[in-house]
Design a protein around this ligand. Sequence first.
Ligand code: PEP
Ligand code: MN
Length: 337
Amino acid sequence: MIVEMKTGASKEEVAAVVEKARSLGLDVQLNLGTDKTVVALLGSNTGQIPTDIFAVLPGVESVTRIMKPYKLASREFKPGDSKVTCGDVEIGGKRIIVMAGPCAVENEKQLFDAAVAVRKAGARVLRGGAFKPRTSPFSFQGLRKAGLELLAKVRKETGMPVVTEVVEPKDVKLVSSYADLLQIGSRNMQNYALLTNAGRSSCPVVLKRGFSCTITEWLTAADYLLAEGNSVVLCERGIRTFEDSVRFSLDISAVPVLKKSSHLPVIVDPSHAAGHYSLVPAIAKAAVAAGADGLLIEVHPNPKEALVDGLQSLSPSDFTRLMKELKVVAESVGRYI
Ligand code: PEP
Ligand code: MN
């Protein structure tokens, strides 16, 4: 249930709503806007509580039941766009934020060369997996802590903030102590223990879409992170369909749908959707044209030698060319890179 306070409602009036909600056993999340306060009332029994109990209180403008299962991620709760910051990078503003780098951290030279190349081409955030959630237990699982240390070293050398994946709830603290942004991967979108722990991290979270999950399930998963007080960036990375000419079908319509139903920034990963480097540029450009706030792109200094996802990784020269093309697309939709 969402209680919208009148413009200029007093602190006491807001407090009375909060007190009433708590007395009914509800959890309360406050969104204190510059002129309007919106109060979200959360609990499994909200459906049984009459809205009039709140509507009659002084200073209340309206009370709306939210039938959607997600609340905190919804536009009803926060009408304005959210921006997520990490270092001097702001995701969700006019600037399109490109995050790029290898699928997995392999060694210092590979990571450093990738970082220098993507930074030169205009990427603002370095990506690289230290913990890799592999479909097969026999595939390379990542360098783990040693990979995190390399990310921190290269961040220091290049000044680029890093985004890296956390796979297990117990590793949230460790990964947060090295990362600037935590990535929760497609396979873990509904790992609620991981979401709750990551929600308590000091690093904002890039939440990738589960490849068999609906947008509603995705936003409801985002609520787990938001309920713990963290910030979230949503990342569309393709879903499983009957189509097998690409690795996953990028749901381009997810971008405008999310923009309509949620206040959270949205980025797109064209690499895991495409599965092939030759398809990445077109999908990336389509994502920016559709209104994405950023991109997450795999770039490897030598894709042919990559330990993971080499076929879908761009070479530094392909990435540089793409960045030039993206600039034109961004400008055509009133953004810049
Ligand atoms: C990744 O970004 O390296 C990754 C594993 O992506 P996803 O979780 O989308 O498969
Ligand atoms: Mn990958």
